[in-house]
Ligand binder design. Structure first.
Ligand code: ZN
Ligand code: ZN
Length: 300
């Protein structure tokens, strides 16, 4: 998405960790970063299309999409997002940057939707969506440098997934870093050094036992969570060591426990982080221009 002048901002479209949905609860991972006139989608969990429309984004102007890893709460709606943009009039190239395997997802999605794609090309005169989209599978290090935008990746610690990457976006002296899904990973502090915003995943220890009791997958799920994700105080430690300007806690686990509120997240992260803080919720806008917080921003 480009061509119009946008104020730099981050919109947290989906703020929960994990793919399960519950009535009244938040939605899985996706974010919108508008920086230097570009609008960039980071992760495509279920709800990304709805979230972008609600944030005022014209889907026909999609152009850069980044996927941190192939867990479904980060990639499930990638195909439907691009396809919906296409039916909304998308006729310009889209690049999907993701780990190895994202191209396989995209090709198979197009195969699954072959009937609809073929019929719309013939019946509605649309360009071939398979030719509009290019997929760039990246590894650690340099990802892309384009029109003043620089993106780099760091492999993080998210077993059993090995291709999971934190991403750093830089443009015009501003920088935003996404941790992706990771256990406490000290090299992230160097990677995020001096960033304007660090969006870090987080979970609350006291919420995990209650969560596994509810989802009925007991010990295995608890083991996965503790080995593959970061506690809020660990996210705070990374932010402090990196000296970022603002920490955004995102990919919250648990995210829809009535017993756990913003105050609990703040209490946990304040053990290790004294700076500007935002606890994510769906649709929340975080300004990138510095100074005063944007309207609707949840700061603490
Ligand atoms: Zn996840
Ligand atoms: Zn994951």
């Amino acid at each position: 998405m480009s061509g119009r002048s946008l104020p730099d901002r981050l919109v947290l479209l989906g703020s929960k960790g994990g793919p399960a949905l519950r009535p009244g609860g938040p939605w899985p991972s996706s974010s919108l970063l508008e920086i230097g006139g570009r609008a960039i989608v980071i992760d495509c969990g279920l709800g990304v299309t709805r979230g972008l429309v609600d944030a005022g984004v014209n889907l026909r102007a999609l152009d850069l999409i980044f996927i941190t890893h192939l867990h479904s709460d980060h990639v499930l709606e990638l195909g439907p997002l691009i396809h919906t943009g296409w039916t909304a009039g998308l006729a310009t190239p889209v690049t999907v940057f993701g780990p190895p395997g994202v191209g396989h997802y995209w090709r198979r999605f197009c195969q699954a939707m072959e009937f609809d794609i073929e019929i719309r090309i013939v019946d509605e005169g649309r360009p071939d969506i398979r030719e509009l989209v290019s997929v760039d599978e990246f590894g650690e290090g340099h990802v892309v440098k384009q029109r003043g935008l620089k993106v780099t990746a760091l492999r993080v610690d998210h077993p059993p997934v090995t291709d999971c990457f934190a991403l750093r976006f830089e443009h015009g002296g501003k920088s935003v870093v996404f941790s992706a899904d990771t256990a406490f990973f000290p090299p992230l502090a160097d990677f995020a050094e001096g960033a304007d915003i660090l969006v870090h995943e987080a979970m609350l220890e006291e919420g995990i036992e209650r969560l596994v009791a509810r989802t009925g997958n007991g010990a295995r799920l608890s083991e996965h969570l503790l080995a593959s994700h970061s506690l809020a105080e660990e996210a705070g430690r990374i932010a402090s060591d990196a000296g970022v300007k603002r920490l955004v806690l995102n990919h919250l686990i648990p995210a829809d426990d009535a017993e756990i509120g913003e105050a609990d997240w703040i209490a946990a992260v304040r053990k290790t982080w004294a700076g500007d803080l935002t606890i994510a919720r769906d649709g929340l806008v975080v300004g990138l221009s510095g100074g005063k917080a944007a309207q609707g921003e949840g700061t603490a």
